[in-house]
Design a protein around this ligand. Structure first.
Ligand SMILES: Cc1ncc(COP(=O)(O)O)c(C=O)c1O
Ligand SMILES: [Zn+2]
Length: 429
């Protein structure tokens, strides 16, 4: 949204130096050089089986677990490589999330200017930073994951993609598919925020509105993909959306001076961001870019109208059950049975984090509070995170001096219809 990016020439990295050049935003003559790592394999998040990345993959053939992308990162260890990112960033203008191309797969980026979003300090809470993901193209953090997934789809020569979506992933897929010249087939609930429908139509995607939830949309994609030759890029059913989302982890750590915050608040639906950021922290430590220490507590935030992760976290079980009759104006959180629940639960435990859910009323009141008192128009999902911060501060789980990052995962302006309805705002006649 905010960043015009001049798309530039990309050169295939030359062996062995793997140097690429491209034009980036922020200056018409900005050229950058970076090293992109080779993918070693895909590794199953559940049974640890490995599979070659030579051809596109969906989930683990043995256990249907989600795949992680594993690289040969050993040439990048040490602080000099970390410093190079900042130097290249400063010298070459604005490269967005591709400033981390040294830890992203070797492929020509399909980019619309995603990432490197503002980390805004709160006026009222000196230790709070809001990561403003609404600044991404298509107005949400989904741009990061879909930029990477479409980049790799193009790299593999895939021609037709399909996705079930709660709304913002649909808009993001439609945009990146349009940029790549790839067909996008989108299934989303009929009652998504209107912006999600309009953007997908304008980008030229094939849109099916479904009387149901993302889980129903997922079933329809699964039923139709084979006969139509679609590649399914559902959340966690292909390995690269995690890679795009992991840049949020690199970014928040770099923006905090290469240090971990005490806690990260993440509005959780399918959980790709949570999983991606945790992967980023593991890589940062493996690379020696951040001292292994106390990683942030990961706080998964949901709406009380659809809180399968919170419920299973409270029950101390290992996998969630389907949340019946999911309903909330935080449409991105309407994911009744997240595919990666088992990974999220491990992360919450390992990080000493928690999962929390708040009513739409509490979310709306936090949304109003931040708009009026900070000038930040949060998405309902982002307002769930601010509500969670208030709650954990009051409960003594966090101190006012603890540095925390709250994710506003989407622009409030994408939700004017649903937020106006929730707030009872009507245009005066
Ligand atoms: C604005 C917003 N926040 C949060 C989420 C949840 O994201 P994830 O499914 O990666 O947990 C979504 C998903 O659609 C979203 O659109
Ligand atoms: Zn497996």
């Amino acid at each position: 949204m905010r960043h015009p990016l001049q798309r530039g020439k990309w050169k295939k990295p030359k062996e062995p130096a793997q140097v690429i050049s491209g034009r980036v935003a922020g200056g018409s003559v900005g050229w950058y050089r970076q090293v992109m790592p080779k993918i070693r394999c895909f590794e199953c998040s559940r049974c640890k089986a490995t599979v070659s990345a030579e051809t596109p993959q969906t989930v683990c053939p043995t256990c249907a677990g989600a795949f992680y992308v594993r690289y040969k990162l050993n040439g990048l260890c040490g602080l000099q490589h970390r410093e190079q990112i900042a130097r290249d960033g400063a010298a070459d203008g604005w490269a967005g999330m591709w400033r981390y191309r040294s830890v992203l797969p070797e492929a020509e980026p399909v980019t619309l200017g995603e990432g490197w979003t503002p980390a805004i300090g709160s006026k009222r809470y000196p230790s709070v930073v809001v990561k403003e993901e609404g600044a991404n193209p298509t107005g949400s953090f989904k741009a990061r994951g879909l930029a990477l997934a479409v980049t790799m789809a193009k790299h593999y020569g895939l021609k037709k993609l399909a996705v079930p979506s709660a709304g913002n992933a649909a808009g993001a897929l439609a945009a990146y598919a349009a940029a790549a010249g790839i067909e996008a087939n989108i299934f989303m609930p009929r009652d998504v925020p209107f912006a999600n429908y309009v953007e997908a139509k304008m980008y030229g995607a094939n849109v099916t509105l479904v009387d149901g939830l993302i889980s129903d949309c997922g079933r329809m994609v699964a039923e139709q993909k084979e006969k139509n030759g679609w590649f399914d890029i559902s959340t966690l059913k292909e390995p690269f959306r995690i890679e795009g989302k992991k840049t949020m982890g690199y970014e928040l750590v770099e923006q905090l001076g290469w240090e971990y915050p005490k806690a990260v608040f993440y509005p959780t639906g399918g959980g790709v961001g949570l999983i991606g950021m945790w992967k980023a922290f593991a890589e940062l430590e493996e690379l020696g870019w951040v001292a292994p220490g106390k990683r942030p507590k990961m706080i998964a935030v949901q709406s009380a109208g659809c809180a399968p992760v919170t419920r299973v976290f409270d029950q101390h079980e290992k996998v969630s059950t389907m949340w019946e009759n999911a309903a909330t104006f935080a449409s991105g959180l309407r994911v009744p049975k997240p595919y990666g629940d088992y990974i999220m639960l491990e992360i919450l435990k390992e990080s000493d984090g928690v999962a929390l859910a708040f009513s739409d009323q509490v979310i709306l009141s936090s949304l109003r509070d931040w708009a009026k008192n900070e000038g930040i128009f949060l998405s309902p999902e982002g307002a769930a995170a601010t509500a969670a911060y208030d709650h954990l501060l009051k409960a003594g789980f966090l101190q006012a001096s603890d540095r925390v990052v709250l994710f506003n995962t989407g622009a409030g302006l994408k939700y004017t219809d649903v937020t106006a309805e929730a707030a009872g705002i009507e245009r005066p006649v």
